[in-house]
Design a binder for this molecule. Structure first.
Ligand code: NAD
Length: 350
């Protein structure tokens, strides 16, 4: 049986990926491994609780013996690695956690994959792996640092991360690359722009602003609001990752983006408009230190080599996303109140 290990599958993109993957690959077994940090919410994958080909394990990716045991128990064929500390603001307050999870956690997974996928695990120098195994590392455009007013990040742009978060992601990217160069481990790396869509933790820009609109609070915007991000619907990202894992070339990097640049201010005004609220609900707050000014992805390689283009227009995607949060107030409320944290105990410990 084909088994895919999805790390961080209770988070925003991981849970959307599991939904996408289950639709497209109904006969594969999905092993979702997540430590359920504050960002992990099992309600996001509630739909799979009775799926006989879906397994959840609450495991920290830094726990070497536990990860090793999972590789032995489940005969994993592929890894799609999402698990990470993912919020830039938190990385400024607590960089060590980001280095530990994002770099050392990734190393634990790489080591386990290498050990279990080698045809001869005892041969230290062997580069001979089982057929069709692959480690897909999900990275971010933030590893490239900040752009000026023009230009795009290509796969060849040098890495120049500016926050502890992006530095830890760049570190894990390079580590994944090194396991391919040094040990021949079959890997692929994706670097994607900002995602939006359902199930995003409401500390991130779009769900935060929507929640503030829903609860009659001011909308905090960093600095002058002129920071530019390239927005991609999470469903488009999931399709791109699925394509890379199936058709991408081993050892290569793929940039994924929406050609959809917006300033934070434009985005927040769009959200206010949807709620019929005036722009004076915006509250400018002190800028984040080291705040990258502009990100923009050149996703030409994805289009030329894999035939991928995003399906969502921003107008459709943002409208549907805002509507999703508006029609799931209880989901947002359970996060804001902390009630979502008891879900694991309620379901898995009973
Ligand atoms: P998220 O914070 O919503 O989810 C992260 C998940 O990882 C959570 O479920 C959390 O419980 C889990 N996790 C954290 N530490 C863990 C550990 N030590 N062991 C096991 N599980 C752990 O993040 P997201 O936005 O879904 O991002 C997923 C991945 O995609 C990350 O690697 C991120 O860097 C990357 N990415 C995100 C974006 C974006 O816009 N959100 C864009 C490009 C790339």
């Amino acid at each position: 049986m084909h088994t895919i290990l999805v790390t961080g599958g209770a988070g925003f993109i991981g849970s959307n990926f599991i939904k996408h993957f289950r639709d497209k690959h109904p006969t594969s077994r999905i092993l979702n491994v997540d430590a359920l940090t504050y960002a992990g919410n099992l309600e996001n994958v509630q739909a799979f609780e009775h799926d006989p080909l879906y397994v959840f394990r609450k495991v920290d990716i830094r726990d070497r013996p536990a990860i090793d045991e999972l590789f032995s128990l489940f005969e994993i064929d592929e890894v799609v690695h999402f698990a990470a500390e993912s919020h830039v603001d938190r990385s400024i307050l607590e960089p060590e956690l980001f280095l530990s999870t994002n770099i050392l956690g990734t190393q634990v997974l790489l080591d386990a994959a290498m050990r279990h996928w080698k045809r001869d695990p005892d041969d230290k120098n062997s580069r001979d792996y089982r057929d069709n195994v692959c480690f897909v590392h999900v990275s971010t455009d933030e590893v490239y640092g900040s752009l000026g007013e023009t230009g795009f990040f290509t796969e060849e742009t040098p890495l120049a991360p500016n926050s502890p978060y992006s530095a830890s992601k760049a570190g894990s990217d390079l580590l994944v690359r090194s396991y391919h160069e040094t040990y021949g481990l079959p890997i692929k790396i994706t670097r994607c722009s900002n995602n939006y869509g359902p199930y995003q933790f409401p500390e991130k820009l779009i769900p935060l602003m929507v929640h503030h609109c829903m609860t009659d609070q001011l909308l905090p915007v960093y600095g002058d609001g002129g920071h530019i991000r390239d927005w991609l619907h999470v469903q488009d990202h999931c399709e791109a990752i699925d394509l890379v894992r199936q058709k991408g070339r081993v050892g290569e990097v793929y940039n994924i983006g929406g050609h959809n640049e917006k300033t934070n201010l434009e985005l927040v005004r769009t959200i206010l408009q949807t709620f019929d609220l005036p722009n004076d609900r915006i509250q400018f707050v002190t800028d984040r230190p080291g705040h990258d000014r502009r990100y923009a992805i050149d996703a030409k390689k994805m289009q030329d080599k894999l035939g991928w283009v995003p399906r969502y227009s921003f107008e459709q995607g943002i409208e549907e996303t805002i509507e999703w949060y508006r029609s799931h107030p209880e989901w947002v409320e359970r996060i804001v109140s902390g009630a979502y944290k008891t879900y694991y105990q309620d379901i898995y410990s009973s």
